[in-house]
Design a protein around this ligand. Structure first.
Ligand SMILES: *Cc1c(COP(=O)(O)O)cnc(C)c1O
Length: 400
């Protein structure tokens, strides 16, 4: 006789559909969707929306899996689809007591994404996106990059057996170029910034019949990056920090973390107020800050300068509107920091904490003092900063 205990819990896969990020209208499904050409909104990112039926239990997290794929049930992946994985995600959160004390803060936590394959959080997005490219029969991917996205794409494509073409600024430190070559990618150097690389990609992708895997021009990199949000919540025992600082370039991390928070909220996992999301940019290239302050209509015509925090040199982010929405909804803001302040923080963090952060991560510490002086932060908040990558690839940018 069947006892009630022998009835196993039915695991229901989350269904999802694609919507235009501008107006939320569902978009017809394609095998491998790119951005939306919405009649109402024009060209906009395409976002994946899940059909949650709360309460959707936390037991759907695969807690034995020590990578971002522990959240596989919350990612757009069919049960039979195999993830192209190099062990990305499930990175540590480190308390920085000395730095907190030095700067006059109660609590500073660092989510250290430098531990990822290829040394940056780009691994999360590209693991997810290359997985989808592979299962859809794509044979070549092309990407414009400020450095880290190119390395990550090259590694995951190598693993997947897909051709990779990486277009990066000629001034990018040579380690970024060489890692791509080591992974077997074709590297094309362009004089200019990532926006100039994007123009080259637009020409080449049809010519070479390659899938364009640019930031926010397909919906999957965002899904991979949202796993940072799930991890922050789970690692902090479902009590989110008051404030999160994030170095914003194209914005996938910022938008992804927020997307994760909203998803967990709709599943009933988070009940308190969500964190203030604060974006940090380099003064050399701060289109988001200028739009936020009302100094330009949008970033489409902005011209930026290179910065030692290479990943922040994104003059015309495609998802600008979505980033601004996150700042607004979360009651956050955006601040800019100078090159000198980034270098100073970079060196100080290495000397005092033993952490060689990516300069993008170091920029956050440069912003802390400024935020306190402007009374945006009191110092009493629980603050989490995202170190988005390792500093080891950038040492050429530094004159000691
Ligand atoms: C790409 C990158 C960023 C910016 O990330 P977005 O998701 O484009 O905003 C920040 N830091 C590092 C180290 C990066 O590689």
């Amino acid at each position: 006789m069947d006892s009630i205990n022998s009835v196993s819990e039915v695991e229901v896969a989350l269904s999802y559909h694609y919507v235009c990020a501008g107006c939320g209208k569902p978009v017809a499904e394609e095998p491998l969707p790119t951005f939306s050409h919405c009649e109402q909104c024009g060209n906009n990112p395409l976002i994946i929306q899940y059909n949650f039926q709360p309460p959707y239990s936390k037991s759907n997290i695969d807690s034995k899996e020590r990578s971002m794929w522990r959240y596989r049930k919350f990612l757009p992946l069919a049960d039979e689809e195999e993830a192209i994985s190099l062990g990305e995600g499930w990175t540590p959160i480190l308390p920085l007591e000395k730095t907190a004390q030095r700067l006059g803060f109660t609590q500073l936590l660092l989510k250290d994404e430098s531990m990822n394959p290829t040394g940056s959080f780009k691994a999360r997005g590209l693991s997810m996106a290359v997985t989808k490219a592979k299962s859809n029969g794509i044979e070549c991917c092309i990407i414009p990059t400020a450095g880290n996205a190119g390395g990550a794409l090259s590694a995951y494509c190598a693993k997947a057996g897909i051709e990779a073409i990486v277009v990066m600024p000629a001034h990018t430190p040579s380690t970024f170029q060489m890692e791509c070559m080591m992974y077997g990618a074709e590297v094309i150097l362009v004089n200019g910034l990532i926006s100039d690389c994007a123009k080259k990609v637009a020409q080449l992708k049809t010519q070479r019949n390659c899938f364009d895997i640019s930031t926010m021009k397909e919906p999957y990199r965002l899904e991979g990056k949202k796993t940072m949000g799930y991890e922050i919540a789970e690692q902090l025992n479902w009590e989110l920090p008051d404030v999160i600082l994030y170095p914003a370039g194209g914005g996938t991390g910022l938008i992804g973390i927020w997307k994760a928070f909203k998803e967990m909220q709709s599943m009933g996992w988070l009940t308190r107020k969500l964190p203030k999301m604060i974006a940090v940019q380099a003064a050399n290239c701060n289109p988001l800050a200028l739009t936020y302050m009302g100094l330009q209509k949008d970033a489409s015509q902005y011209k930026g300068q290179p910065t030692i925090a290479n990943g922040l040199a994104v003059p015309n982010p495609f998802a600008e509107r979505l980033m601004l929405n996150v700042l607004q909804e979360s009651n956050g803001t955006v601040v800019s920091v100078t090159e000198q302040a980034i270098v100073d923080s970079w060196k100080t963090l290495a000397k005092t904490e033993g952490l060689l952060l990516a300069p993008e991560g170091a920029a956050l510490f440069a912003a802390l003092k400024d935020l306190q002086q402007k009374n945006i932060l009191t110092g009493a908040e629980n603050i989490l900063l995202l170190n988005t990558g390792t500093g080891y690839k950038y040492l050429e940018n530094l004159t000691l």
